[in-house]
Design a protein around this ligand. Structure first.
Ligand code: AR6
Length: 174
């Protein structure tokens, strides 16, 4: 079974142990997937986020899931795209790796990711998908505790980009 799955949908409906939030460094909510997660979780999520004192780009901090069907929300601020020569690729890889590390620490076996940084933060989709897939697969190879990672793509274009990135990686690894 492939431990990395690419799907299309709304991450707030995911029944995985943890879902990841494409947050900002304040951790105090925003638009996009962050707004959707806060709306679905209810005000207790913001109250817990206030106690975390923000989070640096590429790092990850966990809260409970409150009214969401998942147990935990792992918040990670992705890099804002500034042309590509400001360490954006490394920071995006950090988001995936550090979120997975937090999930492992919490004993999570299943985790769902949105497409971090490819919305309001304008990270180019094809490149972001390659970084996400590569970083997740590298992590899974050395960590057997995580059974399933799901990339939850909101729209068809995003789905196609992640499916393509996974297909390319499988070809390269063959
Ligand atoms: N489920 C899954 N994916 C979603 C959902 C959803 N319910 N809603 C949107 N997406 P973005 P970023 C997709 O802009 O680029 C916030 O204001 C969306 O279509 O949410 O990392 C934060 O507070 C896109 O493919 O995140 C930050 O300030 C992907 O999620 C800033 O936006 C990411 O888009 C972060 O920007």
């Amino acid at each position: 079974m492939n431990r990395l799955q690419i799907t299309q949908g709304d991450i707030t409906h995911c029944t995985t142990d943890a879902i990841v939030n494409a947050a900002n460094t304040t951790l105090l909510g925003g638009g996009g997937v962050d707004g959707a997660i806060h709306r679905a979780a209810g005000p207790e999520l913001l109250a817990e986020c206030r106690t975390l004192n923000g989070c640096n780009t590429g790092e990850a901090k966990a809260t409970k899931g409150y009214r969401l069907p998942c147990r935990y929300v792992i918040h990670t601020p992705g890099p804002i795209w500034r042309g590509g020569d400001h360490g954006e690729a490394d920071k995006l890889a950090d988001c995936y790796r550090n979120s997975l590390t937090v999930a492992s620490t919490l004993g999570c076996k299943t985790i769902a990711f949105p497409s971090i940084s490819t919305g309001v933060y304008h990270f180019p989709l094809t490149q972001a998908a390659r970084i996400a897939v590569k970083t997740i697969l590298t992590y899974l190879r050395t960590h057997n505790d995580i059974e399933q990672v799901t990339m939850v793509c909101f729209d068809k274009g995003t789905l196609a980009a992640y499916e393509q990135a996974l297909a390319e990686t499988e070809q390269t690894d063959a």
